[in-house]
Each structure stands twice: as structure tokens, then as C-alpha cells.
Design a protein. Structure first.
Lengths: 347, 347
DNA sequence: TTGTATGCGTTATCAA
DNA sequence: TTGATAACGCATACAA
């Protein structure tokens, strides 16, 4: 049913957008006065202001933000770079970011990198070229040297889940060590000692931390760390199924997953292997996204205040942009254990 | 642990961004030549081009896209307005949109309206003021008159789930009538006749369609339409629990929900009422988002190719922008019945 | 092949 | 309280 529609900005729809000059002519004043009215400057006669406003409204005149930002050097745009917007972890954070930025008359320029390092690099460049007022950056892949080089170009920057002490940068970080530790300790206290862990891409900071927390808990309770119970997903969640099978073969009684979605795949794999969760095996997730509460059994998870994290990130950036307010260089978010039905005491 | 960090763009970090003029001076040519090199114009001597490129790379010069777009009238930005990015329905669509736009060197200016009509209005204005090259619009709330008035300002526009025949607009629409019809028919053929339906906000086009499909199926099979089995959620999914209770009181044997998340709440409510899904009651969802496959029982749902929809939307917009390619004024997406374990024959 | 002049739509500066 | 002039950084048209 393809028709011959072709979009043309033809003469009819041209009605060449009005400029400040047009309004000035109509009002019989200089364009400077229009500018003053638009910017609510005090030094303009009330009568003329009324008159100008009338004409502006009558013609629904809207100033070009591009032209304005050419001279003010501000775009009111914030670049938000993250790996994947369809991951509910990020989507919920972005919701918090967007609302807070909006409240500060800032807007979101969204960039998703799909974890490709080349894209992350070029997007930061792009943000610079668009002259954004600041950037929110979740870049698990980019190495520190590159990061340090790129940050000054788009600063201020708020980094999500990277702890980097650099000028013009602040960090909001989940304490994954604490999270990994708490989850593991919880399982140990439930009587488990053969505990598998499935981690995301190994280079990511949060994964290293999570693993450290896992080990810390084991060591604390005198349980030996077995390297073959530590699994890394390298690409995406499809690998989780296979890793779960391997862990089951090794007779684990519990599995810690690096996020809720991965935990869902773990449970699915267990079901395929005719294992009941939590009766035969306990599973704990990480992040507390919506899916965790609808899974059956409902997922025990280390829950994160994602929306609030987004707000915190945006608020920090706003303070940095304003430039006269103190801000946290490093904000640490602690996940909270939400005990539901996917875990059970080993009795 | 608040420290005294205050971000200042101080002298050190100033290193005033290079302009085309700086490069011109360094290269000993006019800024025109630089511009030609940047835009890959043929009419430039190979030697000077090499020379200029060397200097550009040496200083990592990047042209200001703002200044450029002042004269070209193109920003390469596409405004994407939708109600809620944390809704996986939209998030997955945006993923498709973003990838396709990126392939066309277009970028996403994200606006979320939280279904507030005032915000939708002002965001469209904003998109105009930023002079975006086009807009993708999912605005369930805005009435047709307003839409018609605003579209010319940001055209071309692709509308999601609105069928509006307007100049400069194309539409990508889910056939919710077909979806509602198919879901209901499926349940009827499973032996159900007392079927409840839970709809989203009633004014939304897709809900009206879905209801029509529901009725069509009932009528086709000679089953009377009972108005008190038709429920509307007016605000958010919290209402679903209550509506489910009401339907259960009316002895329905099956419930159709307007999306998967709502279906999840339905199942949760059923569980709270000590009803087993699907043994005591069948539940069917809509959209086939990730949560549907991890629910237990896995959700039977009318599945939508969300990522591909995003791609279609973006592709349509790109064709409109290019202006010399035909495009579909109306693309209809048909949901596909994905039978899983939340529905059962009434025996 | 290259350079000069002009303009895009605003705000900033300074003078009236 | 207002207006004239000069930026902002680039691309376009035209001349050399």
C-alpha cells in the first residue's frame, strides 16, 4: 500500500518563520527592545512591553534557541550517554534524570552506545560539537585515559558507576561491593556455602566490585572461594542459561546474578533443568527492577532506588552547571536487600 | 560527606575552543578553504587539503554544529516525544528509533510528557524552537485540533498510534482493533464467554480500538456485550488490582489486559484472591514485552515487534526528511498472538 | 583553486 | 528607556 507521498516543504507551508526583526518592525521598535522583553529585562517601558508582548502573542512568535545559544554559549541541552535504553535499569534512571532536568529547564539529548566503545567515543565528541551544557555518562567500556581526555570537552560531567577523580566530573556510584557482599552474606546465613555467581562483562567496574564483595563474604565466613563457581557473561543474557547449567553441574545450592533480568534467565534455566526455585536452588538478583516482583517465585534481590538515582545524578549536574553551589563529588548508593520468594534456608 | 566542590570553568580549563578562523590562520589560508575541506567539497587543491586536514587533526578541531545549523537550517536532531521512557513498550521502540536514526546521522532529542497535556504542548513548541529536523510523536492526550495546529511547526512528523491525515505527517499505528478482536476470539474459542476487559485511559485511540475489537468478537459469536465487564484504568496500573477484584466478583473466566504490565497486576490480584491462573481464570496481555516471558505462568499475549516498529517509524521519518523518497503515510502493525501458559480451555 | 563579502537570529556593549 | 553596532562560528554566492 505504498503511495506516492513525498514530503516537500513547499511554498504553502513555508510561511517563513518570524524573526525578532519582523516583530521589531511590526511593533515599530528596535529588535533590541524585543530581545529585552523576551528576556524579561527590567529596563523597558511598561507600555512598550505590553505592546510588544501583544504582538508576540498574536503571531505566536518563538525565538530561535539556536541563534540565542550562539551568543549565550548555553544550549540548555544535556547529553545523556548510556549503553541501552531498553534496559529497565537505565530507563528508570533516565526517567529520574529527565524529570529533574526538566524542572531546571534543561533537556535531554539521548545517546545510546550499545556498549560499543567507538560509539561512546564519538558520542562524547558529538556532545561537544553540539555544545551541550553538560553530560551524564554511563560508559562501562571507555578506559580511564580516554575518559580523562574527553571529560574536559563536555564538562561538567556526572559519571554513573565510575569512580574517577577528575576536574569537572562528579560520580554517582552503586556500592556493588556492598551489594555483592550483602547478597552473599545473606545466602550464607541461610545455610548456603556452595554459592555460584554470574557476573556481567568482567571489565566493568561494578562487576569487579560485586565479585570482591562476594569473596569478602565467603572469606569472612571461612568458606573457600572456588574460581569455577565464578561466571562471566561476555555478551548478553543469552549466555546466562548455559552458565547456569554449568553451575548446577557443580552442585551449587544458590546463585547470585548481576541483575534481575539475568536472574530471570537463571530461574528459567533451572526450570528447564527440572530444578525448583527456591526449593532446590536459591536465586538472588540485583537492581530490583519491575520484573522482579512479577516473576514467580518473586525474586529476592538487592534493590536500587533507580528513579531517585536519576534525580541525584541530574541534581548534581545542575549544581555543577550553576557553578556556585557545592556538590557531592562522589555519591554512593547502597542497594537494599529485598527478600522475596526465590531464596530459602538450606535445611 | 558534602565537600566544598564548586565547579568553575576557570582559566586553566578555558582553552577557548578553536574556531574555523583559528585553523585558517594556522594553515595560512582563508576560512573558506577550511569550510570546504570540512564539507568535502571537491574544488580544493589536494596539497592544501592535506595540509589543512593535518592541522585540523593535530588540534582535534571540531566545527560548531550550532553555527553550522544556523546557516544550513538543519540540526540533525529529531525530537522524540513520548509519555514514559521507563515503560518498556516505549523503551524498546526508542531503541529501534535511535539505532535507525543514528545510521542516518540523526540524533535523538528526548522529551517525556508523563501524559501531561500541557507538557506535550510545550514540548512541541520547544522542538520547534530548537529547530529540529523532524519529530516522532506519541501523544495520546493531545486533541486533533491542537495536533493539526502544531504539526506544521515541526514537520515532518511521524505519529505513533494516532491516525491523522495531515500534511507533513505520517502514521505508524498498531491495529488494536485486530488485537482486541484476536485476543477475545482466541478466548472464546477456548470456551470462554464471560470475558472481562481492562483498558487504559479511555480517551486514547488504541483503547477505543481495542474495545471495538473485543465487542466485534463477542458479537460475531453471539455473546452479549456486558458493559460491566468493561473496565477503564484512568491513572496508572495501581488501579488494575481493584478492577480485577470487581471482575472476579462478576464471575468472569477470562480477562484481557491492555498491556503486559497490567496483565501482571491482574495475575497478582488473582493470586491475592486465591485464584489460580490459568486454572481458575485465564489472562491475556498485550505487547509482548520482556516481562511477559518471565512471569509465571508465562503470559499469553498479543505480541508486538517493538524494536522493528521503532525502526519503521524512524525510517519513515528519514524518507520524509530526505524529501525525494516515497513513504508510507500509514503503516499498520498487526500484533501476533503468542500463546503461553496464562490461558486455558474452559472444560 | 582560492578569497571576500554577506547573512543566519539572537544577545551584549555602548552610546544616545 | 531605547537604538545602533558588533559579535557568535559557520556556509553560501560570487568574484578573483
Amino acid at each position: 500500500m505504498l503511495n506516492e507521498n513525498v514530503h516537500k516543504k513547499d511554498m504553502r507551508s513555508m510561511e517563513k518563520k518570524l524573526t525578532i526583526n519582523d516583530i521589531a518592525r511590526m511593533a515599530g521598535v528596535s529588535r533590541q527592545t524585543i530581545s529585552r522583553v523576551l528576556n524579561n529585562k527590567p529596563e523597558v517601558n511598561e507600555a512598550t512591553r505590553k505592546q510588544v508582548l501583544r504582538i508576540i502573542e498574536k503571531h505566536e512568535f518563538q525565538p530561535s534557541l539556536q541563534a540565542r545559544s550562539m551568543v549565550t554559549r548555553k544550549t540548555n541541552m544535556i547529553a545523556v550517554l548510556l549503553p541501552d535504553i531498553s534496559n529497565s535499569f537505565f530507563a528508570e534512571i533516565v526517567r529520574g534524570i529527565e524529570r529533574t532536568l526538566r524542572a531546571n529547564k534543561l533537556h535531554v539529548f539521548l545517546m545510546t552506545s550499545e556498549e560499543e566503545i567507538a560509539l561512546e567515543n564519538s558520542f562524547i565528541q558529538l556532545a561537544q560539537n553540539y555544545n551541550v551544557d553538560g553530560m551524564i555518562l554511563c560508559s562501562p567500556r571507555l578506559d580511564e585515559a580516554n575518559l580523562r581526555k574527553l571529560i574536559p570537552r563536555v564538562s561538567p560531567v556526572v559519571l554513573l558507576n565510575r569512580d574517577l577523580d577528575a576536574d569537572g566530573a562528579a560520580c554517582v556510584v552503586v556500592d556493588s561491593l556492598y551489594g555483592g557482599y550483602t547478597a552473599t552474606k545473606y545466602l550464607i546465613e541461610k545455610g548456603h556455602s556452595k554459592i555460584g555467581i554470574i557476573l556481567g562483562p568482567s571489565r566493568a567496574y561494578s562487576n569487579i566490585q560485586r565479585l570482591d564483595g562476594y569473596k569478602k563474604a565467603l572469606v569472612e565466613f571461612g568458606i573457600p572461594v572456588e574460581d569455577d563457581l565464578i561466571m562471566h557473561v561476555e555478551v548478553d543474557n543469552k549466555g546466562v542459561h548455559k552458565l547456569t547449567e554449568q553451575l548446577v553441574k557443580k552442585k551449587v545450592t544458590a546463585i547470585t546474578a548481576y541483575n534481575d533480568l539475568a536472574a530471570a534467565y537463571v530461574i528459567q534455566a533451572c526450570t528447564d533443568l527440572n530444578l525448583k526455585v527456591p526449593d532446590d536452588i536459591s536465586v538472588i538478583g540485583f537492581d530490583g527492577s519491575v520484573i522482579s516482583q512479577f516473576m514467580n517465585p518473586a525474586l529476592t534481590t538487592m534493590s536500587l532506588p533507580l528513579f531517585e538515582m536519576g534525580q541525584t545524578i541530574a541534581n548534581t549536574l545542575v549544581r555543577m552547571i550553576k557553578g556556585d553551589q557545592p556538590f557531592e563529588r562522589l555519591t554512593t548508593i547502597y542497594p537494599i536487600l529485598k527478600e522475596r520468594n526465590s531464596t530459602k534456608s538450606l535445611s
